[in-house]
Design a protein around this ligand. Structure first.
Ligand code: ADP
Length: 390
């Protein structure tokens, strides 16, 4: 039988404790013949000292010894940090169950009965060394896991802090920029109106560009503010009727819907747990995009829902220009747009805002190709928690 190596890959050391030198000699010879390092002690006190010094991988201990018996020796070894984890196998002629239980209570992992059978002792020694090695590995892995969890939690906390700071920065910057921008836009318009006679065509064109730039900047700031509000102006979740939320979003989009004769169908929509104004914003952005990115045909949009495990999956399907699967992830990133401003106006914030809202609700959002033409945006929202309604 191959001797078991401990985690450091050295031969295992066995401390044999017995008051009879002949027994010690016999066991030591047997163990050494099988590649173990045998260390001996002739009594309880000596065993404790040896164990502290040698740190054996396992102890084979006689029970009946003068001065300090095996049970007491075991108790003392278990009470000391440096020897607590060393597995102890008792060698005894005792067959009484109560005595054996006393031994287990004193910290034994096993028994071998005297007169000893060398082969049996070796099997038990090897089994307990393997168990001990596995236990140590498990403990080390557990510690490593704990360290990783701790590091992960610290990173999460740091991320949360920097996200909050970033949100505050975006909020303050956007908020403070609004006023000077409004001033630039209104004075440019004033110049345009009051001095139009004095300006030549180039002058009027340049002012037009400047006003357009200021307006775009205004739209960008408004969208950025909305984006930062998801975190800073979050309201607690309440039961929300998605059908009512869609109605509100449609009212906000009434002009755009009428202008392009969009047809919007809505299936049964659920009650979810959420923040009403953020959900209005979510539907509004998706519907506005479904209208904006229309193809040559009038927009036909369908809103549906279906149960999805413990949640609801809601879909907004359009018949628009569609999105190349290559960009299915990228479009949810802040400022990512697939078209030039002259083709389709926008700031590239709408879908990032949708993602942030859905994630704040504990869900996820993604896009797929529609079966025939266009795109289907799907998102998962939490089912209503019955307790939250009462
Ligand atoms: P914006 O609409 O301001 O450009 P979004 O974040 O809402 O920004 O959308 C990002 C990009 O995703 C859009 O520029 C567009 O290319 C693409 N997109 C979004 N919704 C649709 C849609 N329903 N159909 C086709 N393309 C879309």
């Amino acid at each position: 039988m191959r001797p078991v190596e401990n985690p450091e890959s050295r031969p295992s050391t066995i401390l044999i404790v017995d008051d009879r030198p002949a027994n010690l000699e016999l066991m030591a010879t047997e163990l050494e013949a099988h590649g173990y390092i045998a260390v001996v002690a002739q009594g309880g006190q000596e065993a404790i000292e040896r164990a502290r010094f040698v740190k054996p991988d396992l102890i084979l201990m006689d029970v009946l010894m003068p001065a300090m018996d095996g049970f007491e020796t075991s108790r003392r070894l278990k009470a000391c940090d440096s020897t607590r984890d060393i597995p102890i196998i008792f060698m005894t002629a005792l067959t009484d169950t109560a005595q054996k239980l006393t031994g287990f209570a004193a910290g034994a992992v096993d028994y071998v009965t005297k007169p000893l059978d060398g082969a049996e002792v070796l099997v038990r020694v090897q089994t307990h060394l393997t168990l001990s090695t596995l236990r140590q590995r498990l403990l080390a892995q557990n510690e490593q896991l704990q360290r990783e969890i701790c590091a992960h939690e610290q990173t999460q906390a740091a991320l949360l802090r920097s996200n909050t700071e970033l949100e505050q920065l975006a909020y303050v910057a956007s908020h403070d920029m609004q006023e000077p921008l409004r001033m630039i836009a209104s004075y440019l318009q004033l110049i345009e109106q009051r001095y139009t006679e004095k300006l030549d065509d180039d002058g009027r064109e340049f002012i037009g560009y400047a006003v357009d730039g200021a307006k775009r900047m205004q739209a960008l700031i408004n969208d950025l503010l909305a984006y930062s509000h998801v975190g800073t102006k979050a309201r607690p979740f309440v039961p929300v009727d998605c059908a009512a939320v869609v109605d509100t979003a449609l009212q906000h989009l009434r002009v755009a819907i009428d202008e392009c004769h969009a047809r919007i169908e809505c299936g049964l929509l659920p009650l979810v747990s959420g923040d009403t104004s953020q959900l209005v914003q979510l539907f509004q952005n998706l519907l506005a995009n479904a209208i904006k990115f229309r193809g040559s045909a009038s927009p036909a949009i369908r809103i549906d829902s279906e149960p999805c495990g413990a949640d609801w999956c809601i879909s907004v399907m359009d018949n628009g220009i569609g999105i190349d699967p290559e960009y299915h992830e990228r479009i949810f990133v802040l400022f990512q747009r697939l078209h030039r401003r002259t083709q389709y106006p926008g700031t590239g914030i709408g879908l990032a805002l949708c993602k942030k809202i859905v994630e704040r609700h504990g869900g996820r959002i993604w896009v797929e190709r529609a079966p025939t033409q266009g795109s289907v945006f799907r998102f998962v929202l939490p089912r209503i928690n019955v307790d939250a309604c009462t």
